[in-house]
Write a protein that binds this ligand. Structure first.
Ligand code: T46
Length: 178
């Protein structure tokens, strides 16, 4: 596995190996020793996944302290445009975004530290996005900022967005606790 720096401090692309043979492929996503040797969080408390129709945008989500968390995000089916926004007030990249396209064969995924909002656009029908997080779900602390409020061009005019995601405030009005 490889840890690749990005334009946002603490946000890494993790590259793994895609073993292919006549049966298909095999990819390892997590190895305790690699994470420890690379100063990455290892204490993951929850795993879950979502399936999205093409043109769905989910986001931009995060949990408020003390339920904030490190998040692994990887695609096991289909293709997504993944986006994170830095909400850490003291960060040199506060308010800036990073985007990466991930698909089921890319053998790379994102390690997202606390203080970043996460979302994605499903580029293919039935895209499956898997998550591991270092804190448990806290309904009252699970919130977000508007998907179209931080200058990112998603490349779509009319995405499918949940009623809840449509209620989030714009980044400019958000008082970050990070
Ligand atoms: C996240 C979560 C949700 N839920 C319930 C709440 C809703 O009744 C239902 C769907 O939740 P939501 O619409 O928040 O699901 P997503 O929009 O896929 O949210 C996720 O997508 C964005 C992009 C992320 O980065 C987060 O991991 C997560 O917020 O599952 C739970 O019971 N436990 C949970 O941990």
């Amino acid at each position: 596995m490889k840890k690749i720096e990005t334009s946002i401090s603490g946000l890494y692309i993790l590259e793994t190996v895609d073993f292919q043979d006549e049966r298909g492929c095999f990819q390892k996503l997590y190895n305790y020793d690699f994470f420890k040797e690379n100063d990455l969080d290892t204490d993951f408390k929850e795993f879950y996944y979502s399936v999205s129709r093409k043109d769905v945008i989910r986001g931009m989500h995060f949990q408020l302290p003390p339920f904030d968390h490190t998040k692994l995000v990887y695609v096991s089916k289909g293709k997504i445009r993944d986006v994170v926004v830095d909400l850490r007030q003291k960060s040199a990249t506060f308010g800036m975004f990073f985007s990466l396209e991930m698909d089921e064969r890319a053998a790379r995924y994102l390690y997202i530290p606390r203080g970043l909002a996460h979302g994605f656009l499903a580029l293919e029908e039935g895209s499956i996005v898997n998550y591991a997080q270092t804190s448990c779900y806290a309904k009252d602390q699970d919130c977000g900022i508007a998907w179209d409020s931080f200058g990112f061009d998603w490349g779509i005019q009319r995405p499918i967005v949940s009623g809840r995601d449509l209620t989030f405030e714009k980044l400019e009005n958000f008082k970050s606790p990070f």
